[in-house]
Ligand binder design. Structure first.
Ligand SMILES: Cc1cc2nc3c(=O)[nH]c(=O)nc-3n(C[C@H](O)[C@H](O)[C@H](O)COP(=O)(O)O)c2cc1C
Length: 215
């Protein structure tokens, strides 16, 4: 099958789009308003997009509280969503009126960040402290249509890692059991059993880039 997204006539029970961009990491975004109200919500239109410098991006469908607060105070934190915190993460996605702090609602503790005003989730095993760089209002698919898609870009200025998960100079990602979003109501978990390694053809065992001779 094939369909054009401008009409989006896929003929299926549900839009398959998000079931095909998988697994999506969850940016569990904490922010604070100008008035000092904390906010927490998961965003699976999320990813790291660069490492030198470090940038992340998330997509907001509409100008939600996270985006509003981030623009008010200029920063945010992306907390790592993991298996043990899955219910807390889900609870924090509840559509509550603006001004309601999702931290107590989800049974979580907000703790001070190192470099940004937005708090991080104390229970989260890792977190990126970010400064807001830019919001881009993405244009609609056709001139007649409208768009409520906002791309929020942040520069990661600090990285928190729970020391228990650093072993022999390596982050034990599998032990943290991060969760990721699939389509529909589905999620995936990253576990040691699900992980595999592969070396790039132009990188040696130490991770140095080597020149591949051709011809
Ligand atoms: C796992 C998960 C992923 C989500 N991803 C997004 C997303 O990428 N973009 C979005 O606009 N909403 C997303 N949502 C919905 C928001 O979390 C929800 O609208 C929330 O109330 C927004 O909170 P805020 O207004 O405090 O920012 C997601 C919800 C869940 C449970």
């Amino acid at each position: 099958m094939f369909y054009e997204t401008a009409q989006n006539k896929h003929g299926l029970k549900h839009d398959p789009y998000k079931a095909l961009a998988v697994p999506r990491p969850i940016g569990w975004i904490s922010s604070v308003s100008k008035a000092g109200v904390c906010n927490l919500a998961p965003y699976s239109f999320f990813n790291a997009i660069s490492e030198k410098p470090h940038y992340v991006v998330f997509g907001s469908t509409g100008r939600k509280d996270s985006l509003t607060y981030i623009e008010e105070t200029g920063d945010f934190v992306c907390n790592l969503a993991t298996w043990d915190l899955r219910e807390h993460m889900n609870t924090s996605s509840a559509m509550v009126p603006r001004g309601v702090d999702e931290f107590p609602l989800a049974g979580l503790t907000a703790v001070k960040s190192n470099l940004v005003q937005a708090p991080r989730v104390k229970q989260a095993l890792a977190a990126f402290e970010c400064k807001h760089y830019q919001t881009i209002h993405l244009p609609p698919a056709t001139p007649e249509a409208t768009s409520n898609a906002y791309m929020v870009i942040g520069r990661v200025v600090g990285v928190y890692i729970d020391d228990q998960f650093v072993k022999d100079g390596i982050v034990d990602t599998g032990a943290m059991k991060p969760i990721a979003r699939l389509g529909y109501m589905d999620y995936a978990t990253v576990t040691p059993e699900a992980m595999f390694s592969m070396r790039r053809p132009d990188v040696d065992a130490e991770g140095h880039i080597i020149t591949v001779k051709r011809g």
